[in-house]
Design a protein around this ligand. Structure first.
Ligand code: CMC
Length: 446
């Protein structure tokens, strides 16, 4: 029913409003005047038509999956899916991965600038101080069965943080918002380690102040005692994995955090909602799904058959770790992760691992196949992070927990960006296709 004005002569052109804003005109059958909509100009990327006023005309838009919709404006992260570009506050991910570290990236995401040496030291000290969790949280994890899925436990423990950090938390106060962000970044690896150790039947190991973020994660996760030796190559790889997952603009879990946060809810519970959204195999669960898929394929000899299955329209099977909603070129994080993956496998002497060889073969076959080329389906970051994490000794069901730890600064930076400015509750509309009004029929007459 919408008409963009084609065939209507000059009226179909964009025009300019009184304040100089470019306008788009929408022609709708049944509405006598064209609807003028402002065109917003981003600092990078595609122009955006502001459709906010459409509802006043008795009409709104339909965009399942938000494929053509910007749900907010943001200054944090920019992705150019065609060029394969990912910028955090303007800095390319490749430069950050090469020269920076996870906590510095957290600071950048939260504050918009790289820290000075003093600011960096203060931020690191704050996060280090906040790493511990209460006895209540430690006891809570013990209530889950040994086989409980770690992502379910993480969602629950983060919900428990909301309960512990509710009284006195005022999200209109910037100091409270920042403290919340620092606490979540600090505590998430501790919750991750606690969850892992519970599955292994091991008790909680308190964080160590002399270790950096990634080292402390490895120590609290794997150590039997104080003598645990940290391999610097593995610690560096973990830091990179956290960095490569730190933020990815308005992905499903970040949008979930924003939507939950837009109600004014406790920010810890908004993050718990984000963790729940991340769990799915189309999102953060993909790294776990990659390993499960490789196990299902079983051997290099079966790869061709599985690639054919992935191409079959009547078969729901997809190559996990391939494709991305936004990247229609190579995922820049995958390039960095591929390099880290090889470093880790060489360090651990498992580069002849049959699983990796299968992954490499699958990657090659899929990249040469017309079906994948036409649809611009490339390996994404999860393809390589899954293989790296397996080599490090992290069980498959913990992979998305690692992603959770890495993504926490992104989630909380977006929440803070939203609640620091005037914002509206997120409340999408719908295209109703159900029954029209009808009268209730009493039970004895049905
Ligand atoms: N294997 C085989 N075919 C695929 C795949 C795949 N992995 N991904 C997409 N396609 C096909 C799909 O069948 C469709 O074909 P056609 O045009 O003939 O109908 C076409 O490619 C477009 O797919 P789509 O589902 O419309 O694309 P989307 O943008 O909605 O989905 C995706 C993106 C990531 C959900 C999807 O590519 C996928 O399911 N990939 C596997 C799961 C995965 O690796 N997810 C991690 C995403 S990256 C991490 C994150 O950001 O969380």
């Amino acid at each position: 029913m919408a008409d963009t004005g084609e065939g209507m002569g000059d009226e179909s052109d964009d025009t300019t409003g009184a304040d100089g804003t470019r306008l788009a005109r929408l022609y709708v059958n049944g509405i006598d005047r064209p609807i003028e909509l402002p065109i917003l100009t981003p600092s990078l990327g595609q122009e955006v038509i502001d459709i906010g006023s459409l509802t006043n005309q008795g009409i709104f838009t339909y965009d399942p999956g938000f494929v053509s919709t910007a749900a907010c404006d943001s200054n944090i992260t920019y992705i150019d899916g065609d060029a394969g570009t990912l910028l955090h506050r303007g800095y390319p991910i490749e430069q950050l991965a090469e020269q920076s570290d996870f906590l510095e990236l957290c600071y950048l995401l939260l504050h918009g600038v790289l820290p000075s040496a003093d600011e960096k030291a203060v931020f690191e000290a704050t996060v280090t101080r906040e790493r511990g969790v209460t006895e209540g949280i430690q006891a809570m994890v013990g209530q889950f069965s040994r086989g409980a899925h770690p992502m379910g436990i993480m969602t629950a423990l983060t919900g428990a943080l909301a309960a512990e950090n509710h009284e006195g938390l005022d999200i209109t106060e910037e100091a409270h918002r920042l403290k919340t962000a620092e606490r979540l970044i600090a505590k998430m690896p501790t919750l991750a380690a606690l969850t892992y150790r519970h599955g292994q039947g091991k008790p909680y190991l308190p964080p160590r102040d002399d270790l950096n973020y990634a080292e402390n994660f490895l120590y609290t996760t794997f150590a039997g005692d104080e003598n645990y030796e940290i391999n610097p190559v593995i610690a560096h790889a973990m830091d990179r994995i956290f960095m490569l997952h730190a933020d990815h603009e308005q992905n499903a879990s970040t949008s979930t955090v924003r939507l939950a946060g837009s109600t004014g809810t406790n920010p810890y519970s908004a993050i718990a909602a984000g963790i729940a959204a991340l769990w799915g195999p189309s999102h953060g669960g993909a790294n776990e799904a990659v390993l499960n898929m490789l196990a299902e394929i079983g051997s290099v000899d079966n790869i061709d058959a599985f690639v054919e299955k992935a191409k079959d329209k009547d078969d729901p099977f997809r190559i996990m770790g391939f494709g991305h909603r936004v990247y229609k070129n190579y995922d820049p994080r995958a390039k960095v992760m591929q390099q880290t993956c090889h470093e880790v496998l060489a360090e651990l002497g498992v580069d002849r691992d049959p699983m990796l060889q299968m992954a490499q073969r699958l990657e090659k076959i899929a990249l040469e196949d017309e079906y994948f080329i036409e649809r611009r389906l490339y390996p994404n970051v999860d393809f390589y992070s899954g293989i790296t994490l397996k080599a490090v000794g992290i069980p498959t069901e913990m992979f998305t927990v690692i992603f959770t730890t890495g993504r926490t600064p992104g989630w909380i930076a977006h929440w803070r960006e939203m609640v620091s400015e005037p914002y509206k509750i997120g409340r999408p509309r719908q295209l109703y296709r159900g029954r029209t009004a009808r009268d209730y029929v009493p039970l004895d007459q049905r």
